[in-house]
Design a binder for this molecule. Structure first.
Ligand SMILES: Nc1ncnc2c1ncn2[C@@H]1O[C@H](COP(=O)(O)OP(=O)(O)O)[C@@H](O)[C@H]1O
Ligand SMILES: [Mg+2]
Length: 262
């Protein structure tokens, strides 16, 4: 679904990304770890086509997005979404208008948007907030609204930039549940930047299942119930120092990786 080949990016004299290569399969979560200023957010901006790398290729949906014009990028981004660290809702708009923003923009009529927005809010368990403003919601609720907004337009890829930053563990868990549900039930490919290892392991160890009645439940993977739907990438000073499964990550002998996961 995503293939990054030898991507480098500098700002002035500072090289932020150095010869980055990795790939993400359809409906897989790529979990990106790394300390502050290692280039994680920059990488997400490149993957969304918000900036261009200095060199290298980024193939998404079979196209090298580094070669697309601004107009083609707008089309490319129609079914891609990004959840920013702070949720980044519009404070002056209701939750309905925040979640429906992209759909209104695409010219859907009000009734259709209303119906879709309600369903999206139901998915994140916040349909009762539809007429409220962001200021009336807790930090965790805002983040869930941001995820509902990201789901509008049925994206096939969602990028999450530290979606649980500043949230308590219980609220973080509700965000992780949504990321896992979107991946396993809706088949959304995701790239999840996080500094929180418990978030990373949750996304890598749990999977969402839906039963005959349409009820969704989460199940922890084990020896006899294992479905590999995530992998890890670790950045250090703009370079990939690890790319592989959770099992391989835990066995990795690189001292920086060991220190990071210990
Ligand atoms: N637009 C920019 N102009 C100049 N420097 C930038 C810009 N964006 C990011 N940087 C620098 O690139 C480095 C990596 O930043 P970032 O991608 O935000 O890291 P992370 O998300 O891993 O914390 C930092 O040193 C940051 O100061
Ligand atoms: Mg960042």
């Amino acid at each position: 679904m995503i293939e990054v080949r030898n991507v480098s990016k500098s700002y002035g004299e500072v090289q932020v990304l150095r010869d980055i290569s990795f790939s993400v399969k359809r409906a897989e979560s790529k979990i990106i770890l790394g300390s502050n200023s290692s280039g994680k957010s920059t990488l997400l901006r490149l993957l969304m086509g918000l900036e261009k790398p200095d060199s290298g290729e980024i193939i998404i949906d079979g196209k090298d997005i580094t070669k697309l014009s601004e107009w083609e990028l707008i089309k490319f981004r129609k079914n891609k979404s990004i959840v920013f660290q702070e949720g980044a809702l519009f404070d002056s708009l209701t939750i309905r208008d925040n979640v429906g923003f992209k759909l209104y923009d695409e010219g859907w009529d009000e009734e259709e948007v209303d119906e879709i927005v309600f369903k999206l809010l139901q998915f994140v368990g916040l349909e009762h907030t539809i007429d409220m403003y962001p200021s009336e919601l807790s930090g965790g609720m805002k983040r869930r609204v941001a995820i509902a907004r990201a789901m509008a337009g049925e994206p096939n890829v969602i990028f999450y930039d530290d979606p649980t930053a500043g949230l308590d563990p219980v609220t973080s868990r509700t965000i992780c549940d949504l990321i896992v549900k979107l991946r396993d039930i809706e088949g959304v490919t995701s790239v999840v930047v996080t500094h929180d290892l418990s978030v990373a392991y949750f996304i890598s160890n749990f999977m969402a299942l839906v039963n005959d009645e349409g009820m969704i439940s989460l199940r922890e993977q084990s020896e006899d119930f294992c479905f590999i739907n995530s992998s890890f990438l670790m950045l250090k000073d703009g370079k990939v120092i690890f790319d592989g499964s959770e099992k391989a990550l835990k066995k990795c002998e690189d001292p920086f990786v060991r220190e990071f996961i210990s």
